[in-house]
Ligand binder design. Structure first.
Ligand code: C2E
Ligand code: MG
Ligand code: MG
Ligand code: MG
Length: 287
């Protein structure tokens, strides 16, 4: 998405810290320290099969509780990490932490079939990108439980490198998802050269589904296109029943959003999985 790139980066960032260069440097130092001291944490947002409402996976989302500024949005600190060359360490961190925590619960590959991790264009920049991913997932026996989410802009801006890395990883059975799909103006003919398993419809198209005919058309079109390319589709940012029902009706395979479950700490994930999602099943019961 545009906010991950140069000009957009400043927009998001300046909204938080203004033009204060000192606080930028300070925040960069704070972020480095947070990575080193493991002051970051991971929240897990479940994803669901649209038809059965069973859990299909969780998305790992980083959280940073800054000692003075309180919680800082990942949109802010990921952009900073990208600009300051820290994204590799961030990706190392989130992969290691999520795999450790999920391993302790024993949920991964069982009640939670898949772990999805967000990656950045910069994760594909270096000559050792493939090796670095391999070492992140070294202790995972079956890579089909893993999924990488990257935005279409990230994929397109660094196409040759991204293609090489993703192709190599997918041979080892990792899943690839294109995040925020529809926001990047990229042609599908370019995107489909990548070994993609899933597209994630951006939440900006989901948001106005109940009222906006154009958005309904866009979503139906994405679904039709993905169906014919045999790609899995997940709708993100599902906040109300009408959105969920529309997506189910038009053959969206999976759903994610506050309506179904918000991102939660690892300590709540086990209970959530054991609840059997009965309340969701009755709320979204079909006749
Ligand atoms: P994303 O990957 O598109 O993640 C979805 C964002 O939507 C998350 O925001 C999530 O908390 C939020 N969300 C989930 N359900 C709903 C809903 O129903 N309504 C609305 N309005 N929002 C919903 P979050 O956690 O603030 O993350 C923002 C972005 O930061 C992510 O967007 C992703 O691009 C990036 N990010 C987060 N964690 C990581 C990470 O570990 N690595 C990298 N590279 N990027 C990350
Ligand atoms: Mg994502
Ligand atoms: Mg997204
Ligand atoms: Mg996003």
């Amino acid at each position: 998405e545009a906010k991950n790139l140069g000009a957009g980066y400043l927009r998001v960032y300046d909204h938080f810290f203004g033009e204060n260069v000192h606080s930028r440097l300070q925040l960069t130092a704070d972020l480095k320290k947070a990575i080193e001291t493991e002051a970051l944490s991971v929240a897990y947002q479940p994803q669901f099969d649209a038809a059965t409402l069973e859990i299909t996976g969780v998305e790992a989302l980083l959280r940073w509780q800054h000692p003075e500024h309180g919680p800082i949005s990942p949109d802010t600190f990921i952009a900073l990490a990208e600009q300051q060359g820290l994204i590799g360490s961030i990706t190392d961190f989130v992969c290691r932490k999520a795999l450790e925590e999920l391993k302790q619960t024993g949920l991964l590959g069982k009640k939670i079939p898949r772990l999805s991790v967000n990656v950045s264009a910069h994760d594909f920049d270096d000559d050792d990108s493939i090796d670095r991913f391999r070492s992140r997932f070294e202790f995972v026996d079956d890579w089909s439980v893993l999924q990488l989410e990257l935005t279409e802009t990230a994929a397109i801006n660094n196409f040759e490198n991204t293609l090489a890395v993703l192709s190599s990883l997918q041979k080892a059975k990792i899943n690839i998802s294109i995040d925020d799909f529809g926001t990047g103006y990229s042609s599908l003919s370019v995107l489909r050269k990548l070994p993609i398993d899933e597209v994630k419809i951006d939440r900006s198209f989901i948001h106005d589904i109940p009222s906006n005919e154009d958005d309904r058309t866009i979503v139906r079109t994405i679904l039709a296109m993905a169906h014919s390319l045999q790609l899995r589709v997940i709708g993100e940012g599902v906040e109300c029943k009408a959105q969920a029902e529309f997506l189910r009706k038009h053959g969206c395979h999976e759903l994610q959003g506050y309506l179904l479950a918000s991102p939660m700490p690892i300590t709540e994930l086990d209970d959530f999985c054991n609840s059997g999602q009965t309340h969701l099943k009755s709320m979204l019961a079909t006749n």
